[in-house]
Structure formats: C-alpha cells, structure tokens
Design a binder for this molecule. Structure first.
Ligand code: SER
Length: 304
C-alpha cells in the first residue's frame, strides 16, 4: 500500500495531487512551509524542506514509502534571488534523496521543466535528448537535478522519476512566479471583461499542459514498470503549444470582452530560450503517455 508524502503540497501541482490521492483512497501526508488556509481532507504537517531532520521524522512517523517532492522556486521568481533559488531547489532535493536512501523509500517523483532547454536545444521542436543550455537559475537547478537523478538511481538503486513539465494550466490551484503564468492571468482577466497586460510578446510560442493531463499522466508514469522506462533522467511531455495572441483570439471567439496589451518584460527573454514545441514520443512509446486536453478542451473546462 502506498503511503505518500507530498512536499510543497500547497503549490499548483500539490493541491491537485492531494485531491487525486484522496479521491482514490491513497494515503497522503501533505506538507508545506505554511499552513493551508482551508482545512485539507488529509494529514498535514508544516515542514521546511531544508530541514532534513524534520523530513526524516515525518517519513518515520507516518510510515511513508513514496515521496512527491514538489518544492521549487519557479523561473521568473527565481531570477529575483538566484542564490536563494539554487539553495532551496537543490538542498531540498538533496535532503529528499538522503532520507529516501536511509528510509528505503520505494519511489520518488520530482518534476523537471522545459526550463532545462536553451537556445541550443532545437527550440522549434525539442527532442528527448538535445543539447541543454538553460538560461535561468531554475532551469540550471532542474538540469542539475536531472543529472543527479541518473547518478543516484545508479549508485543507490533508487527509483526517482521525473517529467519535464511544460506550463501547467490550472485554475483552482494557482501557479506563482512562472513564465507561463500569463495563460491563467489572461483568461481570468478577460473572463471578467477586464483588459490584460501581457508580459510576453504576442508571438511567444510555448508548450502547455492542462492540469488534468499533468496529474493523470504523472500517475500513469509513476505506476509503470521500471523496466519499461528507457529514459533514466526526465521524460519530455506536452499538451499543446500556443502564443498569447492565439489565446487572445480564442478568448474573443468565445465571447470575452477585454483587450490584451503587450508589454514584454524579462520573462519574454526567458520564453525566448524555451521550446516552441516538444517531442514527447519517448513518453508515448514507453509508458503510453497521451494528452487528452488541447486548447479547446482546456478552455471548455475553464468556462464550464
Ligand atoms: N511553468 C514553469 C515556469 O514558468 C515552467 O516549468 O517557470
């Protein structure tokens, strides 16, 4: 029986994984650096992922055998203080690895990101194994994590798995500090009939994934036999690619009234180093990955 610890559980992904595990009667212990505003329907502990003793105690106390380590400072926020971002992203990762080895944790999930790619990665349609030259401290920490994953899996026979998430689109749980957050911001403003000032150029194309696909895909991947997984660091996955202008036009088509003003800032520079499209054929082949939500399906969910 799985007993799952989620770190960074109150973030965009964590909240959705909690819902999934509760719904499917899987034991989950949620932890975050702050308490939830509303009571969760699962065990919750305040814990700083930099505090290895605290994590170790929680794993022992709740007999945890699987960890979803979701703590991270995202791309745009990360650039405000690269030293802090590196410290949080990497030290918490190392802590999880260490306690996983000592407590014989069965499986660990750690999200990577499209931020690992860079200008040399063949951004028109990045394959699984391109040159990686990330431009942000977030991307550099994700790439380092990917390298450590193959190293630790090898050296300690751990089972750490990872997916390179594109921008995740969700509305009940919100992202924070990412370069792809404009999607949710634009939809929310225009839905209310308000104007939106977009921090990306109208033609910045980026890959996206609707939250339901992100959660279901991750669960499918985590339950695949290890032997079938040919990629030992992190799999490319994607839903659909869009530009701010295409999203705006779709929203107008649906009847939204607000306008979009483009004021690209430093986040547009980050976006320029990220893929326009992603080739996720390895994930499709190895563990039958398939996205169910394109832009139309995603918007349908949003305007339900
Ligand atoms: N959504 C993330 C970001 O924009 C990408 O991993 O930082």
């Amino acid at each position: 029986m799985e007993r799952i610890l989620i770190t960074g559980a109150l973030g965009q992904l964590g909240q959705e994984f909690i819902k999934y595990f509760i719904k499917n009667n899987i034991y989950v212990l949620a932890s975050d650096i702050r308490s939830p505003k509303n009571k969760l329907n699962c065990d919750f502990e305040v814990a700083n992922a930099m505090d290895i003793e605290r994590l170790d105690n929680l794993v022992k106390k709740y007999k945890i055998n699987t960890i979803y380590h979701l703590v991270a400072i995202l791309s745009a926020k990360g650039e405000e203080n690269p030293f802090n971002s590196w410290k949080l992203n990497m030290e918490s990762f190392q802590n999880i690895i260490e306690i996983s080895i000592t407590n014989k944790i069965n499986k660990i999930f750690w999200p990577s990101s499209i931020a690992v790619f860079g200008t040399k990665s063949g951004l028109e349609n990045v394959n699984q194994d391109p040159v990686l030259n990330p431009s942000t401290i977030y991307g550099i920490s994700k790439l380092s994590g990917e390298k450590l994953i193959s190293y630790y899996n090898n050296k300690f026979d751990l089972d750490i798995r990872s997916l390179r998430y594109p921008g995740i689109i969700s509305f009940e749980s919100k992202p924070g500090g990412g370069t792809t957050d404009y999607v949710m911001e634009m939809i929310e403003s225009l839905k209310k009939g308000e104007n939106y000032t977009c921090f990306l150029n109208k033609n910045s194309r980026l890959p996206m994934l609707y939250i339901n696909d992100a959660v279901m895909g991750t669960i499918k991947y985590m339950s695949t036999d290890k032997i079938k997984l040919s990629v030992k660091d992190s799999y490319n996955i994607t839903g659909f690619s869009i530009t701010p202008l295409e999203l705006f036009e779709k929203l107008k088509e649906i009847g939204c009234k607000g306008n979009v003003i483009y004021k690209p800032d430093f986040r547009n520079k980050i976006a320029k180093t990220w893929p326009k499209k992603i080739d996720d054929s390895f994930a499709k082949r190895d563990w039958k990955w398939k996205a169910d939500y394109g832009l139309n399906e995603t918007l349908k969910e949003t305007f339900k």
